[in-house]
Design a protein around this ligand. Structure first.
Ligand SMILES: O=C([O-])CC(=O)C(=O)O
Ligand SMILES: [Mg+2]
Length: 204
């Protein structure tokens, strides 16, 4: 399976298939709604309100990666705008996940690189603190190690540890098959309330 298969399955399915693990439990706005992406994480933990580490992490980005940006206390400060995103795009990044703000939103959309962000805000970041790149980061209660698979869609974001990828792929395929079977039944008019025995249980 390709990471594309996990992207197509979607965040909710990947999370459920893993037994409700790996949810990045935070609200993100997809600047390009409708896009679904999965790719290995390339991480930067910025200094507080500072994006020097974003400049540095661009030197590491490889094609297909999801660039993950955070800072010690996420705040609506713009870590990324069109100039930095243009570098990510040129290096072949699949997406950027920003646990802070972005700006130049119209240009980011024009660029076509899908960006998920916690806030849109113009307030600029400093360039004074090195921060750290290629380190584990924690976002929305989930720890993302560099190289872990990050899945993004209109629902939000989830992470799959690199070591769990094969097992996750199997579990996702099973879940998709199960959901396809259920969808067929619900389409034909059957009701989960009956099929799952809830009506019988709730009967007086
Ligand atoms: O320069 C910055 O700090 C962020 C920005 O607006 C850009 O990348 O275009
Ligand atoms: Mg800018």
């Amino acid at each position: 399976m390709s990471t594309g298969e996990l992207a197509a399955a979607g965040v909710a399915t990947v999370y459920e298939a893993r037994g409700r693990l790996g949810l990045i439990d935070e609200s993100f706005e997809p600047l390009l709604p409708g896009r679904a992406v999965a790719g290995p994480a390339r991480t930067a933990l910025c200094g507080q309100d500072d994006n020097r580490a974003v400049h540095e992490v661009m030197t590491h980005v490889r094609p297909g990666e999801v660039v993950v940006l955070t800072m010690p206390e996420p705040r609506p400060v713009a870590l990324l705008g069109d100039l930095l995103a243009t570098q990510a795009r040129a290096r072949g990044a699949a997406a950027v996940l920003v646990d802070a703000a972005v700006r130049d939103v119209a240009d980011l959309r024009e660029l076509g690189l899908p960006v998920w962000t916690r806030w849109r805000r113009v307030r600029g970041a400093g360039k004074d603190f090195r921060g750290a790149v290629n380190v584990p980061v924690t976002i929305g209660g989930a720890t993302i190690e560099p190289g872990d698979l990050v899945v993004l869609d209109d629902d939000g974001a989830a992470v799959v540890p690199a070591a769990d990828l094969d097992a996750t792929v199997r579990a996702v395929r099973e879940r998709l098959a199960k959901e396809a079977g259920l969808r067929k039944r619900w389409r034909s008019g059957e009701l989960s309330y009956d099929v799952y025995g809830m009506r019988a249980q709730d009967a007086p």
